[in-house]
Ligand binder design. Sequence first.
Ligand code: HEM
Ligand code: HEM
Length: 155
Amino acid sequence: MNLPSFIWLWRIAAWSMGLTGFLFVSLLAIGGWMRYLRLQGETVPSLDGQTSTFIGLRRLHFALGVGLVLTVLLLLSIGIVGTLGHFGSLGHSAHLPAGLTVVALTMASAWSATQINHPQKPWARSLHLTLNGLLMVALGLVSWSGWLVVQKYLP
Ligand code: HEM
Ligand code: HEM
């Protein structure tokens, strides 16, 4: 098998990470906008009777959220394939637990989002917000630890 070189690996990692950051900030902005509209209208948190602006934002937020799940999974596979190809084993630094935490939080956030409009699950919205707050910290840690790892390979 022709294994990817490390420059190739961290370049793609850095670009996908840029996309991940962009998606996260967009999700934060659109989510904040939705929250503002919801609180201002003081509507019952249900989809019925919502404005078309809200429905549009919600669709966009959901689509970008799916995008975030995909870029995070892409980064996970690049990281694992690249590390296995280079070292034949995993777990060389704090980057591994940081990466796994990001993946777990992103999946949990996406799952909590699917529960938000359930009438018997009022906790889903605050869970979504808490998980995304933690995700922000975890994304910072994974970028920092990833950058430290990259330093080892730079001349
Ligand atoms: C992981 C993928 C994500 C998916 C699939 C997703 C999906 C959703 C859905 C379906 C809602 C409910 C909208 C409604 O009230 O009907 C929502 C609300 C929200 N999301 Fe996300 N989301 C994701 C990630 C994020 C991220 C990363 C952030 C912040 C950085 C975020 C911030 C918010 C906010 C602020 C709300 C509004 C809560 C409120 O109305 O009080 N979401 N999201
Ligand atoms: C969501 C973001 C990310 C995830 C989920 C992720 C995941 C992973 C995982 C699971 C590994 C295997 C680590 C090991 O077994 O020790 C890895 C390795 C690696 N990642 Fe990431 N990563 C992310 C972001 C980044 C970023 C932003 C960079 C740098 C720009 C980066 C650079 C690397 C490098 C160079 C390796 C090789 C590890 C080594 O030599 O010890 N990653 N990544």
